[in-house]
Design a protein. Structure first.
Ligand SMILES: *[C@@H]1O[C@H](CO)[C@@H](O)[C@H](O)[C@H]1NC(C)=O
Ligand SMILES: *[C@@H]1O[C@H](CO)[C@@H](O)[C@H](O)[C@H]1NC(C)=O
Ligand SMILES: *[C@@H]1O[C@H](CO)[C@@H](O)[C@H](O)[C@H]1NC(C)=O
Ligand SMILES: *[C@@H]1O[C@H](CO)[C@@H](O)[C@H](O)[C@H]1NC(C)=O
Ligand SMILES: *[C@@H]1O[C@H](CO)[C@@H](O)[C@H](O)[C@H]1NC(C)=O
Ligand SMILES: *[C@@H]1O[C@H](CO)[C@@H](O)[C@H](O)[C@H]1NC(C)=O
Ligand SMILES: *[C@@H]1O[C@H](CO)[C@@H](O)[C@H](O)[C@H]1NC(C)=O
Ligand SMILES: *[C@@H]1O[C@H](CO)[C@@H](O)[C@H](O)[C@H]1NC(C)=O
Ligand SMILES: *[C@@H]1O[C@H](CO)[C@@H](O)[C@H](O)[C@H]1NC(C)=O
Length: 433
């Protein structure tokens, strides 16, 4: 018993230190303090009157569509940013309204709509109410209109009445129209145009408004070629034409899009090479050409574009050696080249660990045939991982690299503190008993 004494004192000093270092992260996981204080309605001292500052007609209109008005809709910030008012006197007027999660039988009466014609921004999110007739005052006032999974079904003619818009978003709502032109041709001020998941048919417009910065026609049924006119938009930053039935080549003039940052042409029927002019787009960050029939070699300049962070060339007919080494590939947030059976990588500059979903090249720059396995010359312990599927990207791997270490460390600390605790209890029992 006597020989335990010095160790016991040492333990008694160490234990609180250990326990505090292991328990601290646990205590920080517990719910933040003051869970009992209910976030009651804000009652700012500036507006002691409970009555609304909103125009009574508009208040009635909101009540008629079951919009909660217990709290002044002009108070900012409004919940979910659903309302925004101007500052006119004696009554304020709504300039922005967002309706979310409506019941399907909600009636948006023409009286209500007429009194809401001061709106400049109107959005519907998950509001499967029937489409309504737009009062002309409202349609000319609106600058921004958004309809996501709402209004059941729209027509191109209905949308074309919103000629004063700068921003249009229609997503996951079917649109019947002869094509995008009927919607776009009257909107002389539009800068952001999104019609996505609308089963829109027809061809891309030949004429575009030069102020456009954002075009998204993804997930529709558009046919034909990508017109050269779309490459004549000096302010265009964002172009998404993915998941349509577009054909033909990428126009050589694509490099004229000097503001372009994000481009997706994925999941179409396009073919031909990546044009050299893409090299002159200074801030291209996102390039998705996946699931088409593009061919030719992957150009060298792609490895030199400083802002490019996302590159997806999966599922095409590209051929030859990719112009990237391992360190360049790791710079990308997403890098996908799989599903190109004639594409390969230089095994002396790219590790097979990257699992690109393509084969290493032979000395002539062709993929090693048949698919690489243990017989390949690089013969390291995991040569068989070369044939892994192409869908793996960087992110999960990085987690893989760092994840386990933290877990192991945590378990080790936890276990050792339990061991110490047991020793401590045993000693304590001996001491007391
Ligand atoms: C409300 O709008 C502001 C400014 O546009 C934005 O920063 C904020 O995230 C929005 N809040 C919600 C809940 O949408
Ligand atoms: C609408 O419903 C979704 C989930 O069903 C919810 O996340 C969202 O906060 C709701 N929005 C509003 C404004 O109530
Ligand atoms: C269209 O919007 C502009 C401001 O962008 C406004 O001056 C004009 O009056 C609007 N047109 C109509 C017919 O309301
Ligand atoms: C588009 O059409 C397909 C069938 O062709 C249908 O399954 C899908 O729901 C439609 N999309 C919309 C937004 O209506
Ligand atoms: C393009 O649209 C598709 C479908 O709407 C989406 O999944 C994809 O992330 C978009 N691409 C870009 C570059 O925004
Ligand atoms: C553009 O691409 C970048 C890089 O992939 C991404 O972070 C960003 O969200 C994209 N922007 C839009 C509007 O989709
Ligand atoms: C790419 O495919 C087209 C046919 O779609 C063919 O004419 C052309 O020669 C191919 N280019 C290369 C470099 O293989
Ligand atoms: C990888 O390629 C880049 C650009 O192509 C080059 O600057 C860099 O030196 C190369 N790194 C190695 C390790 O070869
Ligand atoms: C692969 O890269 C090495 C080192 O840069 C180079 O010497 C070799 O020629 C390349 N292999 C092929 C087939 O081009």
């Amino acid at each position: 018993m006597e020989e335990f004494k010095p160790k016991t004192t040492l333990l008694l000093i160490l234990l609180p230190l250990l326990l505090s270092s292991t328990l601290h992260p646990i205590s920080s996981l517990s719910p933040s303090p003051s869970p009992a204080t209910q976030p009651s309605l804000p009652s700012p001292s500036s507006s002691p009157s409970p009555s609304s500052t909103l125009d009574p007609k508009q208040l009635t209109a909101l009540q008629s569509i079951n919009f909660p008005t217990g709290r002044d809709p002009c108070l900012q910030p409004s919940p979910h940013n659903a309302t925004l008012c101007d500052s006119s006197k004696p009554f304020r007027h709504l300039i922005s309204l967002r309706l979310s999660n409506c019941s399907a039988d909600l009636l948006l009466s023409s009286t209500a709509l007429n009194s809401l014609s001061t709106l400049q921004s109107l959005s519907f999110l998950n509001c499967p109410i029937p489409p309504f007739r737009l009062p002309s005052d409202l349609s000319s006032n609106l600058r921004s209109f958004s309809c996501v999974s709402s209004l059941r079904r729209l027509t191109g003619v209905w949308l074309s009445h919103l000629y004063n818009l700068t921003e249009l978003t229609v997503s996951d709502v079917p649109i019947s129209a002869s094509g995008p032109s009927i919607i776009l041709s009257n909107m002389n001020k539009v800068t952001s145009f999104t019609i996505s998941g609308a089963n829109l048919t027809g061809f891309l417009p030949r004429k575009w408004h030069p102020k456009l910065t954002h075009i998204d026609f993804s997930h529709n049924k558009l046919k034909g070629r990508v017109p050269i006119s779309v490459t004549q938009l000096p302010n265009l930053k964002f172009l998404n034409l993915s998941s349509n039935q577009l054909l033909g080549q990428i126009p050589d003039t694509f490099g004229d899009l000097i503001s372009l940052q994000n481009l997706s042409l994925s999941s179409n029927l396009m073919s031909g090479p990546i044009p050299d002019s893409i090299a002159s787009i200074p801030s291209l960050a996102h390039l998705d050409l996946s699931s088409n029939q593009f061919n030719g070699s992957v150009p060298n300049f792609l490895s030199e574009m400083k802002d490019l962070k996302y590159l997806n060339l999966e599922g095409n007919n590209f051929q030859g050696m990719i112009p990237f080494n391992g360190s360049t590939i790791k710079r990308f947030a997403v890098f996908k080249v799989g599903g190109n059976s004639n594409l390969c990588y230089n095994h002396s500059t790219v590790s097979s660990m990257l699992k690109l979903g393509i084969a290493p090249c032979d000395k002539d720059g062709f993929p090693v045939q048949p698919p690489p396995d243990k017989s390949s010359s690089s013969g390291s312990e995991d040569a068989n991982s070369d044939s892994g599927d192409g869908s793996s990207d960087e992110k999960p791997k990085e987690n893989h690299r760092h994840g386990p270490n933290k877990v192991v460390l945590g378990v080790a600390i936890g276990l050792s503190s339990i061991v110490f605790l047991i020793i401590f209890l045993v000693l304590l029992a001996k001491w007391c008993g």
